[in-house]
Design a protein around this ligand. Structure first.
Ligand SMILES: Nc1ncnc2c1ncn2[C@@H]1O[C@H](COP(=O)(O)OP(=O)(O)OP(=O)(O)O)[C@@H](O)[C@H]1O
Ligand SMILES: [Mg+2]
Length: 230
């Protein structure tokens, strides 16, 4: 269970996020909003990359908002940033192996499960991650986070710049990860329709504030889109 109340956060004294609250539990929780709305700032704050200036972040009841990023990761909160986040000079296998340092089950079991999820990865294990296509790189980045067997996965625009084929595939895989592994996925996205299709809850940010939040089956696309016109 992931719970955030009264969250305020920003950069160097400039407040970006204002009074954001959410709770997510073993479901896909969508964070939508225009460019600059604060989606990445929210995910960076949850991952401990930037420290909130007010509010609380709780994970299974424990306050985590004062912990450094590596301790948050060690609790089982995986983070895949928006920027390309594979090690380009390392192979796919080496990138996945780095993710495998944390995690309880045997590395072989976790890798086998990952290849079921993303079969393309297995064919590219010896390839340098820097030479992969955008979609393949995203799968490595998500794969690396999954190797830690997270119970929460923070995904920042995983489909940005991907072809329709990879975009559809990634949405299907994200839904599968949440459903089958009972992972709480906080998914920042620009792809409104597909995101609403796999998320149970949606949170629309507008200029760092909550425009609306609720169950996806109770929110219309028009209401979501209004958050983009301010
Ligand atoms: N490192 C930074 N230093 C100062 N301001 C920043 C920094 N990163 C982001 N911002 C500002 O914070 C605001 C929110 O940015 P953020 O990256 O969270 O938006 P976003 O919703 O993720 O947008 P996008 O969809 O383009 O990724 C923007 O006004 C941005 O200029
Ligand atoms: Mg962003």
């Amino acid at each position: 269970m992931f719970e955030i109340t009264g969250l305020q956060s920003g950069y160097g004294g400039v407040t970006i996020l204002k009074d954001v609250a959410l709770s997510a539990d073993r479901e896909v929780y969508a964070v939508l909003g225009a460019n600059g709305a604060g989606k990445s700032t929210l995910l960076k704050t949850l991952a401990g990359i930037i420290r909130p200036t007010a509010g609380e972040i709780r994970f299974n009841g424990e306050r985590i908002d004062r912990l450094p990023a590596h301790k948050i990761a060690a609790l089982g909160i995986g983070y895949v940033p928006q920027e390309n986040c594979v090690f380009p000079d390392l192979t796919v296998a080496e990138n996945l192996s780095i993710g495998g340092i944390l995690g309880k089950r045997s590395k072989a079991d976790r890798l086998a499960e990952l290849y079921d999820l993303f079969p393309d990865l297995q064919e590219r294990l010896d390839q340098k991650a820097g030479s992969l296509s955008g979609g393949e790189g995203q799968m490595v980045a998500i794969g690396r986070a999954l190797m830690q067997e997270p119970s929460v996965l923070l995904l920042d625009e995983p489909t940005a710049g991907l072809s329709p084929r990879y975009t559809d595939l990634l949405f299907r895989r994200v839904a599968e990860i949440s459903r089958e592994k009972q992972v709480t996925v906080v998914l920042a996205e620009q792809n409104v329709t597909s995101t609403l299709g796999i998320a149970r809850k949606v949170h629309v940010l507008s200029l760092g504030k909550t425009h609306l939040q609720g169950a996806t089956d109770e929110v219309s696309i028009e209401q979501v889109r209004q958050g983009y016109h301010i």
